[in-house]
Design a protein around this ligand. Structure first.
Ligand code: PRT
Ligand code: ZN
Length: 213
């Protein structure tokens, strides 16, 4: 069997350390020194690709990578045609709507006619439609939380973990629209050999998770 699994993980960011740790805890050894973009495992038929998290779902959909570790928020927002094969239990966070603290808020209908700044337009749009709310979505690429205080939007929709970023920007969390954690995603076009390798890897991941609980 000459199959190899190419696993994409985040190069540098909140997912990187736990992704590497998980792979190592599965007994897979590799050299990741020198800021390389790709490295081969020495004791398992796998290669690790180090990418920006936003690029991972697309690489997995295209089959350039066979597996990826990414936040469910990023995978869902990308709307790529991939399988979510396992929840990994780290990088837990939520995608929430926040409004200025002094603004009265009674429920999601209060967002009707408002503008909301976000880097997650697709997930936000889905949520608003499900709740029959018509709001204007302002897609911006970063520093979302500052938008209401500078008059760019009435509300924000962004990732929240401790809540301190919202707080320090004078915002309060009013709706949680999506709960996320790191997930393993897989290409829909694995060969039988790659599927077998994935099953082995998932067995190891589940064993690591059981051992921790
Ligand atoms: O460079 P690259 O594109 O790869 O990375 P990135 O900067 O896009 O992502 P990164 O590393 O910041 O986050 C990767 C993933 O970690 C996200 O997609 C989430 O799944 C998850 N995660 C967990 C978080 C947070 N917690 C988090 N707190 N992602 C972002 N944040 C940010 C949030 O955007 C906000 O600015 O932290 C701030 C809020 O945190 P609190 O604790 O103040 O509420
Ligand atoms: Zn990113």
């Amino acid at each position: 069997m000459n199959d190899i699994l190419r696993i994409a993980i985040q190069k540098s960011g909140r997912l990187s350390e736990d992704s590497l740790k998980l792979i190592k805890e599965c007994g897979i050894r590799f050299d990741n020194g020198g800021g390389k973009l790709k490295t081969a495992a020495t004791n398992f038929p796998a290669e690790i690709l180090f990418l920006r998290d936003d690029d991972i779902p697309g690489y997995v959909e295209d089959g350039v990578a066979h597996l990826g570790i990414v936040g469910e928020n990023v995978s869902e927002e990308s709307d790529r045609d991939v399988d979510t094969v396992h929840k990994l239990g780290f990088s837990k966070c939520r995608l929430s709507i926040g409004v200025l603290r002094e603004q009265e808020y009674h429920g999601v209908k209060d967002l009707d006619g408002k503008s909301i700044a976000t880097t997650y337009p697709r997930l936000l749009d889905k949520y608003l439609k499900e709740h029959n709310v018509t709001a204007q979505i302002h897609e911006i690429s970063g520093s979302v939380e500052i938008a209401p205080s500078i008059g760019l939007a009435d509300a924000v929709c962004d990732i929240v973990s401790s809540g301190s970023t919202l707080l320090s920007n004078g915002l309060k969390e009013v709706e949680t629209i999506f709960r996320s954690e790191a997930v393993m995603i897989a290409s829909k076009h694995l060969s039988p050999g790659q599927q077998e390798l994935l099953d082995q890897l998932l067995f190891r991941i589940k064993s690591v998770q059981v051992a921790k609980n």
